[in-house]
Design a protein around this ligand. Structure first.
Ligand code: FES
Length: 312
């Protein structure tokens, strides 16, 4: 039976990882203790890599130090951080779906909190977050942070979104979901894709992502995505225009709404969603992000590449 998923770290410098030592590898059936290979991975064989490394894992993601050079209030409990960071890590984060774990250097690793990369430049990353719990309160300008990364599973979908060229792409972003669309928009725009953004401020009362889109010429339609009128506007657009890819960034209810729209209008649309799972370790170890899919498999959403139709 064709496997529905693979690991986002397959073939990267972080493969193989500690999951292969415990026979929990996401992509390689041999490294889960099976006799047969059922992987659909066509890069370097993961089992071969594991054997060549003699089973020793020394390629863990490491902690970097970063410094908050600016903190701006956006609205409600929403803030923008500008963080000065080692540009070796910034280069690795310059990709769609990237995120990091952040904590203040005076706090224990219990405070590690995953945050999407909103934007970046040569020396800084920008993060928009809600100050709503013990992990995110009391983060202030001037603070030194411990930043662990890079992680790449911030957007879930089957193919490599960064390779899309000259496609028609619809992006639906609501509320804090705006934090995960800026990098995709900038990168996809440079590849000649025709992007239409349906933007809903949701509970944030802010359309902050628009302030960072200078030089990016895309059509933006403001909607209340959960209202009948908003849904009608979106449906009419999808019905009347060719759409190759739809990206939804927002709460699970937005993803479920998009799934229904895709399934009723055009099942061939390729779908990507912001990763809303509870992410604690990001390494497939703790199980916080575990989700049971229709065929009974339990997948770890922090590391798994899968069609979101299987999880919504
Ligand atoms: S966050 Fe720990 S297994 Fe996914």
């Amino acid at each position: 039976m064709l496997k529905l998923y693979k690991c986002i770290d397959s073939g990267s410098e972080y493969c193989t990882c500690s999951l292969s030592d415990t026979k929990d590898c996401i992509s390689c059936s041999h490294l889960r203790g099976d006799d047969l290979c059922d992987c659909t991975w066509n890069g370097v064989c993961i089992l071969y890599e594991y054997i060549m490394k003699n089973g020793s894992q020394n390629n863990y993601r490491r902690d970097y130090k970063g410094q908050i050079v600016d903190k701006k209030f956006i609205s409600n409990e929403l803030y923008l951080l500008k963080i000065k960071l080692d540009n070796k890590l910034i280069r690795k984060l310059d990709t769609i779906g990237s995120y990091v774990f952040i904590r203040k250097d005076c706090n224990s690793p219990y405070y590690n909190t995953p945050m999407s990369i909103f934007d970046l430049d040569e020396h800084h990353i920008y993060i928009v977050y809600q100050e709503i719990g013990p992990k995110t309160k009391k983060i202030n300008k001037g603070d030194t942070l411990i930043i662990k990364g890079p992680y790449w599973g911030g957007l879930i979908g089957t193919s490599d979104l960064s390779k899309k060229e000259n496609c028609s792409i619809v992006i639906v972003a609501r509320g804090i979901g705006q934090s995960s669309i800026l990098l995709p928009i900038k990168k996809l725009y440079l590849k000649g894709n025709n992007i239409v953004l349906f933007l809903d401020q949701g509970k944030t009362s802010s359309l902050y992502c628009l302030d960072f889109m200078k030089g990016v010429n895309i059509k933006t339609i403001l909607i209340d995505s959960l209202s009948n009128e908003g849904e009608k506007t979106l449906k009419n657009y999808i019905k009347g225009n060719p759409v190759d890819v739809l990206i939804s960034a927002g709460a699970d209810m937005v993803h479920r709404q998009m799934k229904t729209i895709i399934e009723t209008i055009d099942k061939s649309i390729e779908w990507f969603v912001s990763n809303n799972s509870i992410i604690c370790c990001g390494e497939g170890v703790c199980g916080a992000c575990l989700k049971k899919i229709e065929n009974g498999d339990r997948i770890k959403l922090c590391k798994t590449i899968i069609d979101p139709r299987n999880i919504y």
